[in-house]
Design a protein around this ligand. Sequence first.
Ligand SMILES: [Ca+2]
Ligand SMILES: [Ca+2]
Ligand SMILES: [Ca+2]
Ligand SMILES: [Ca+2]
Length: 346
Amino acid sequence: MKVQRWLCGVLPVLLFLLVVLITQYATAQIYWIEAPEFAPPWTGYNPEFGDLDGDGDCDLIYAVVTQSYRNVGSPSFPSWQRDDSLVEGVEYVNCMTTCLADLDADGDLDLSVGELNGWPLLYYENVGSAEQPVWQRDDSMYEGLSPNSWTCPELADLDDDGDLDLVMAVYWGLRAYSNTGTPETPSWIRDDSLVDAVSLPSPLVDPNFGDLDGDGDLDLVLGGRAGEGPITCYENSGSAQAPTWVENEDLLTGVPRPVGGWGLELADLDGDGDVDLLVMRGQGPKVYLNQGPATPVERSSWGRIKARNELQDLLEALNAPARAGSGTAQGRRRVRQGQRPLGAPS
Ligand SMILES: [Ca+2]
Ligand SMILES: [Ca+2]
Ligand SMILES: [Ca+2]
Ligand SMILES: [Ca+2]
């Protein structure tokens, strides 16, 4: 009996460890699951997340029409409440796109706005506070940038020098601008090498940077906007200081990529430290939670377990029956109610 119990307890652990090792080193897949209960209401397009009321969770701006939702949930479980006061004073422009980032390094989020009509990007400085934004338009921020139509801005530090650089999606193109100023006072120099080798899947994209695979550098997700274009993903195979982009769909395993996108956005919505994904589809908003490099064993036999964080829980749970007579269900990932298993039909 002792040998049998030992085999039942230890053998699965050894097999699990073996598969974890093989899978982690053999592939670079990142798995995602849909979380319908995280999705915001469907009243707009081109979403943008940012903490606009300083309570530690992501609030939401929809563009096309100017709307905002305050997150009245928590940093690990959002609850969306319509509150357009967060974008009060931002004038609507044709085919609006938005990006929230602190462009003057004063601790609050500022707002960049793209549009259709061939103007330079618009900039609204937040002259309020991190808790209560007040928007004041300042055309000097993007003065001199080549105008184009159908612009969509994205800001991220692409050379890891501590200031925000600018990527602007235009019709069938991406333009990159290196920030040669300071975090407080940006100055833009065109430098398309920052997005070298990225090709667009459709004429109008919504570019979003985030570290999908947790290796410390920014990766790039391109979503369609204006109702067309699939999602594509580029892994940064260079470094945080000098990005090199290689298309890698494995980083979005489990995320369907049909045409018909109306913008997407990356942010940590479940508070576990990795970026999650909001995609606007023709059927409405879809949220996908980043599960990290989960293994096939985790997905099929043990539930959705994040190997890097929860292996210890699993080991304890596997030993629990002999000690307490309880089942191994304790060791399985406590899946949030409503989340659909990987591979299940959408
Ligand atoms: Ca600011
Ligand atoms: Ca920079
Ligand atoms: Ca990365
Ligand atoms: Ca997350």
